[in-house]
Design a binder for this molecule. Structure first.
Ligand SMILES: *Cc1c(COP(=O)(O)O)cnc(C)c1O
Length: 370
């Protein structure tokens, strides 16, 4: 028997009660904050919130002033980490309008994450509506240029109970954070540390879903990467400890001298929307793309022989980050002499141009919010 959630209707439409903040941030303070927002520390004035209980299903949908949640110390999420999240961005077009990029894919992944974590599934229409409403009410917070508004939908188990079971109550919320370019100084190549002591995901585990617990478990490995002078950590598979999986929060691609691309197959990795978009765009342009396993030893030897031309990481926050150096306990190697590669940079431009509405959108990925 699975977990059952009776009150979910796939086509359910919830109407959001929109209550604009009575004392929004002044234009002067907002302008100052938008001048150099960095990543994830500046927030807009509002949030979207929807509640779930077994008795009422999803209810009480609101867009309201961003505020603290009142949580009982025995709230389930604080103890057993029944929590999932998403990350997507709103982009300002040159004509002043605003684009979302593939929000339907985030909504679907959120439902899959909820299913794996035995949480109440949120109708995809409610997810998208919540994101769109928040973008609209906080449109004054949209950065221009290469900035964007990072949207963070998430869901927490809200039942007050210390027993171990799926919660009977949930809070779904969306907050928004204006961000500048993710890596200061543009997409400079990153150095990555090969984690040999820690793994991220095993078959049957939660590697393929976006849950906070995966991140909690990755922090020690990330700290080890920093200790070794690296920007990020790359994880290997949990069984043979040699197949490349992904970084703590980004998928990886390899570019070969025959012009082909390789990326690790789905399974224990997070099915990135950026990953999927890159595969599609690469195939559009006639490149061969393989979703195949690749070992750390092969990576090292291909980098040495020149068969491997480039490697890059990808995800919504940073789009594409070239990988310049790989470090591990058994030695270091560089890729493309530590410089950003043309395939990575070309792919980055292609994606970003679609996101900001500067290029054609042949796959209908863009959803205009404003
Ligand atoms: C979110 C995430 C990614 C990237 O997914 P996108 O949909 O491209 O943003 C990759 N790996 C992990 C572990 C993630 O959590």
């Amino acid at each position: 028997m699975g977990v059952s959630f009776d009150k979910i209707d796939g086509d359910m439409l919830l109407k959001f009660d929109v209550r604009p903040s009575a004392n929004p941030t002044s234009e002067k303070d907002r302008t100052a904050k938008l001048a150099d927002p960095g990543f994830g520390r500046v927030f807009t004035d509002h949030m979207a919130v929807v509640r779930y209980s077994q008795a009422k299903g999803w209810h009480d949908a609101r867009v309201e002033s961003r505020a603290n949640f009142a949580l009982d110390p025995a709230t389930a999420v604080l103890h057993y980490a029944q929590e999932i999240f998403e990350g997507l961005k709103a982009y300002k077009r040159d004509d002043g309008g605003v684009n979302l990029f593939r929000p339907d894919a985030n909504a679907r992944r959120f439902r899959n994450s909820a299913d794996r974590m035995a949480m109440a599934p949120l109708p995809e229409s409610v997810f998208i509506d919540a994101v769109e409403q928040l973008v609209r009410i906080d449109r004054a917070w949209m950065p221009g240029g290469e900035g964007s508004l990072y949207m963070r939908p998430f869901m927490i188990a809200n039942e007050v109970f210390l027993g171990v079971k799926p919660s009977a109550e949930y809070i779904f919320a969306v907050i928004a954070s204006p961000v500048g370019s993710y890596f200061k100084g543009g997409p400079a190549p990153v150095s990555i540390w090969v984690s040999e002591n820690y793994t991220r995901a095993a078959i049957g585990g939660t590697g393929a879903v976006k849950c906070g617990g995966n991140y909690a478990a990755s922090l020690r490995a990330q700290a080890e990467a920093i200790d070794h002078g690296c920007d990020q950590v790359v994880f290997l598979d949990a069984i043979e400890r040699r197949y490349i999986e992904e970084l703590g929060g980004m998928n990886v691609f390899f570019v070969f001298d025959d012009g082909s691309l390789l990326t690790p197959p789905l399974g224990t990795i997070l099915p990135g929307i950026t990953r999927d978009s890159i595969i599609t765009l690469a195939k559009d342009s006639g490149m061969r793309v393989r979703e195949e396993t690749y070992t750390i030893d092969q990576w090292r030897s291909d980098a040495g022989s020149g068969k491997l031309k480039e490697a890059f990481a990808c995800g919504t926050a940073a789009v594409i980050s070239p990988i310049g150096t790989v470090r591990s306990a058994s030695g270091d190697f560089t890729i493309n002499n530590g410089a950003a590669g043309t395939v990575a940079m070309g792919m980055r431009k292609k994606l970003v141009d679609i996101q900001y509405g500067r290029a054609a959108d042949p796959h209908n990925w863009i959803r205009k919010v404003l």
